[in-house]
Design a protein around this ligand. Structure first.
Ligand SMILES: NC(=O)c1ccc[n+]([C@@H]2O[C@H](COP(=O)([O-])OP(=O)(O)OC[C@H]3O[C@@H](n4cnc5c(N)ncnc54)[C@H](OP(=O)(O)O)[C@@H]3O)[C@@H](O)[C@H]2O)c1
Length: 254
């Protein structure tokens, strides 16, 4: 791949990112933000009934959709092989795919009892996959120049802020993600890696035709993704500290 990341022509390889959960919503727009800046973006897909990613790839040839169920090690390995073949390195991992809510997500002893099978599945996708991706793609990240790892978390993950009931599955799995990221940080920060732990805000959902299902007080995922990518690409003075930052740039307790 010979694309100049600064768009000035020549044969400088583009900076390369992998964005997971890019079929729609926040991940889709994060992929677009990076492609607009001249990044080569491998964009993970799992959904059959959304063609928004295909439309994005048609508009931005730097976006390369690839099949990636982040709970499947084989999919991660195949994605790694494709990235190795095309670009030979990975500058940014943007770990974003998640399962949110759904039936059986609620409270203990409530009207909607917890589905523990679904809880196990959600741990795999929301908590474990981000760590697994880093583990399996580390050889490619080692070859990258930026060595930056983004994880989409949530305010709901915060032990201090989570004072309401409901959403137990989602809250537990995002808290576990935060701790996994903390442990990665302890291991990899001394090796030059930098981290972004991001709270995108309550977001409007994107429907298959690209329209929005709007909620009150929610932000459009495009807007939040623009903030996330700006935070992702800007160096920070305090890279030696892991912080959960929201789309306003405010730090949250977690
Ligand atoms: N939406 C909010 O209000 C909100 C608030 C705080 C944090 N967040 C976080 O922000 C991120 C993006 O949220 P969003 O609103 O853009 O959600 P979304 O529209 O549901 O996007 C998440 C994507 O991840 C995919 N995904 C689920 N399981 C996967 C797997 N095993 N492998 C690969 N991809 C998988 C989803 O596919 P399926 O549709 O098939 O599940 C979906 O396409 C998530 O990490 C979420 O936890 C969202």
């Amino acid at each position: 791949m010979v694309v100049n990341p600064e768009g000035k022509g020549g044969s400088v390889p583009a900076r390369t990112a992998l964005v997971t959960g890019a079929d729609r919503g926040f991940g889709l727009f994060a992929a677009r933000e990076l492609a607009q800046r001249g990044w080569l973006v491998f964009a993970g897909r799992v959904l059959e009934n959304y063609d928004l990613l295909d439309r994005l790839a048609a508009e931005y040839p730097l976006v390369r959709p690839l099949r990636l169920d982040v709970s499947k090690t084989d999919d991660i390995m195949r994605a790694g092989e494709e990235i190795a073949h095309v670009s030979g390195r990975l500058d940014v991992l943007f770990s974003n795919a998640a399962l949110m809510g759904g039936p059986g997500a609620s409270t203990l002893g409530g009207e909607e009892p917890i589905d523990f099978g679904a809880l196990e599945r959600d741990f795999r996708v929301n908590s474990m996959a981000g760590i697994l991706l880093v583990d399996r793609l580390l050889p490619l990240l080692e070859k990258g120049e930026m060595k930056r790892l983004h994880f989409t978390s949530s305010e709901i993950s915060s032990l201090r802020l989570m004072t309401r009931t409901g959403s137990m599955r989602y809250a537990m799995t995002k808290t576990a993600l935060n701790l996994g990221v903390r442990m990665l940080f302890n291991d990899l920060r001394p090796r030059g890696y930098t981290f972004r732990l991001y709270q995108p805000g309550g977001m409007n959902q994107v429907l298959p035709d690209g329209s929005y299902m709007r909620k009150t007080k929610a932000v459009d995922p495009a807007e939040s993704a623009a903030c996330a990518v700006a935070q992702l690409l800007a160096d920070r003075v305090d890279e030696d500290r892991l912080a959960l930052i929201d789309y306003h740039g405010r730090e949250l307790s977690f």
